[in-house]
Design a protein around this ligand. Structure first.
Ligand SMILES: Nc1ncnc2c1ncn2[C@@H]1O[C@H](COP(=O)(O)OP(=O)(O)O)[C@@H](O)[C@H]1O
Ligand SMILES: [Mg+2]
Length: 288
């Protein structure tokens, strides 16, 4: 269970919280030590997913390399998608939003998110693999941007940085030993999760964060204990020739082929059906 406290930390109620990050499903606001999450409305989530899929398919056709640039900058991409979505939702007919395909997409997304959150709460609470969560009686806080306020019942420990940012910063300083160390810690955290019977199918660097010496999982939405889902993800991962590039590190490691190839070697030896299957073994829900 998350730690229960008598009331929300003062720093959350003191002033207006700024927007720290956002994903497909949530917008995250922060005070100095805590973050709180606003869940997007179902239409917003669907619109973002559909646009994301469309963009992924067509990015390379957008002139001046804008599309490719966008695909390499996840934060900018999601901001762009949100703005495009808000415009799009006003002009796209309701019948499309309520079509069978769209509701299927949404159902998959929501059930994944709920399942992952539940698995994290039962298997990872109190472990070093996730940031701490506290719960308290409902409280309304002020947030930047629309809609200006938010009712919260819980808060999550704010991490120093997301893993993508941490690695970018180290690379900018020229500290590639540090880059390699944190990439290894990333794999260590994934391994520790598998040893508890849990696998994230959404393991990109923005979904992990840095606390002290360790890497923690920020986004529990991709967590699963079902071998069918895991094997599907891994069979795709096994096709990846350069995992570091897949993780968006092609630029960061352009001048560091040895760091890249050591990471890719270790990643390939771990992230495949044989290796993960051996670890998950009996922990996992077998195929139905
Ligand atoms: N505890 C945290 N500390 C700092 N930043 C966070 C934290 N949790 C989430 N974030 C930021 O917010 C973004 C979106 O949160 P996430 O839980 O991944 O939502 P989604 O399910 O929409 O992907 C993350 O990618 C990260 O940048
Ligand atoms: Mg996320």
């Amino acid at each position: 269970m998350a730690r229960m406290v008598a009331h929300a930390p003062e720093e959350l109620t003191d002033g207006r919280l700024h927007r720290l990050g956002e994903g497909i499903g949530k917008v995250v606001y922060a005070s100095e030590h805590w973050v709180v999450k606003r869940e997007r409305s179902p239409t917003e989530v669907v619109a973002l997913i559909l646009l994301w899929k469309m963009l992924r398919r067509w990015a390379h056709k957008i002139p001046f390399g804008w599309g490719d640039r966008l695909m390499r900058r996840p934060s900018r991409l999601i901001r762009f998608l949100r703005i495009a979505t808000q415009a799009g939702m006003a002009v796209i007919p309701k019948s499309i939003w309520y079509s069978k395909h769209v509701s299927q997409v949404l159902r998959t997304y929501v059930s994944r998110d709920r399942r992952g959150e539940k698995l994290a709460r039962t298997h990872l609470t109190g472990s070093t693999l996730v940031p701490e969560i506290i719960t308290f009686p409902p409280e309304t806080v002020l947030v930047g941007g629309w809609p200006g306020w938010l009712t919260i019942r819980e808060a999550t420990e704010r991490v120093e940085a997301t893993l993508d940012k941490k690695i970018e910063a180290l690379a900018t300083e020229g500290d590639f030993a540090g880059v390699e160390l944190w990439l290894n810690r990333f794999l260590d955290t994934r391994l520790a999760g598998w040893q508890r019977g849990l696998f994230s199918v959404d393991a990109h660097l923005k979904n992990f964060g840095v606390v002290g010496q360790r890497v923690v999982l920020l986004d529990t939405g991709g967590l699963t204990d079902r071998w069918t889902d895991i094997a599907e993800r891994l069979s795709k991962d096994e096709q990846v020739a350069e995992p570091h590039a897949q993780l968006g590190l092609a630029g960061v490691l352009a001048e560091q082929p040895h760091v890249a190839s050591r990471f890719n070697e270790r990643w390939k030896s771990m992230v495949n059906r044989d290796a993960v299957g051996d670890i998950l073994g009996a922990e996992c829900t077998p195929d139905e």
